[in-house]
Design a protein around this ligand. Sequence first.
Ligand code: PMP
Length: 404
Amino acid sequence: MFNVQDIRADFPILSQKIYDKPLIYFDNAATTQKPRAVVEKIESGYYNVNANVHRGVHFLSQAATEAHEEARRTVQRFLHASSPNEIVFTRGTTEAINLVASSFVDEYMQAGDEVIISTMEHHSNIVPWQMQAARKGIAIRVIPIADNGELDLEAYKKLFSEKTRLVSVVHVSNVLGTVNPVREMVAYAHAQGVPVLVDGAQAVPHLAVDVQALDADFYTFSAHKIYGPTGMGVLYGKEEWLDRLPPYQGGGEMIETVTFEKTVFNELPYKFEAGTPDYIGSTALATALDYVSALGMDRIAAYEEELLRYATEKMQAIEGMRIFGEAAHKGSVISFLVGDIHHYDMGMLLDRLGIAVRTGHHCAQPLMQRFGIEGTVRASFSFYNTKEEIDTFIIGIERVRKMF
Ligand code: PMP
């Protein structure tokens, strides 16, 4: 479909050896590796156009501002948002969700009002709501899941009441891989007059996302999971919503005028961007988005689906294999346990073979409780992974299994 060896040449870290074995990097759901273009963008940004944005009359400041705002437009095009005003730069998904939890609850929720989340949420889409529950007395309702890792949509519909103010749900699960039918879920919520936040941290890197087609009111993702820099992320919000929400943090950049008596907030999106933004990170994110766009999100999705299918078939043939998450529509993530081998032992022994997988609860402890387990081993694939790497991984799992 595309030339994976050529692609891998863009990612210098992938040619490393770990314990004298070629690195097999299957921890892409935690963070992805960076192509040379992204690292070079950061380097050249600091070497050539570094100056604080938005406030400068001088040449460099204007060049930095233009690059930063062009990056915002790149994100806008990538998500198919209708205006750059709808793109707020944050530190990541976590900050984006906290921003909405804080500002939305402040403005639109009273004690007893309800937010609907799901059993498969990452802690970053659970804890901010619990903090608001403690602060303001809001209630959290949780969509249950079936054993195969799909949301129970009938139960979802029954959770709505006249007190429901918001739905906040993950697009693709970082543990189960489940791709949730967010378009239908948004349509149902809207029919009840309820807006929806979608956590796209695991969706944006793997499938083409169109926020207008989804009709999501808020959508979040992290740059580091889509081959961009750490500490950078995006909150998309419909302009009508962002306009009405109060600011999240106060400081420079987010104001129009300040007196000791009264402060007038800046226009969108700056109202939500207090302080000096990561204007180098934003341009590096734009470079990452250009990189995946050039490969083609549809081709990436098709290739990763092929890796998922290949790995799933081979893994299912291993004695004692339990895969968590067998949804009909799934991203390239496989969580598993083998017999009664502890996930940590499996992860450590695979590491000695040069294979990087994640072990533990994956920041989704309520989901672990749902399955009655403490943790899993998780392999997550990117377009730079290969079937040969999966073959080595399968041999590795078999070796570990035989040791126990
Ligand atoms: N949501 C999901 C589904 C995730 O996978 C992650 C990262 N593992 C997050 C939210 C949080 O992202 P970040 O740590 O980049 O803010």
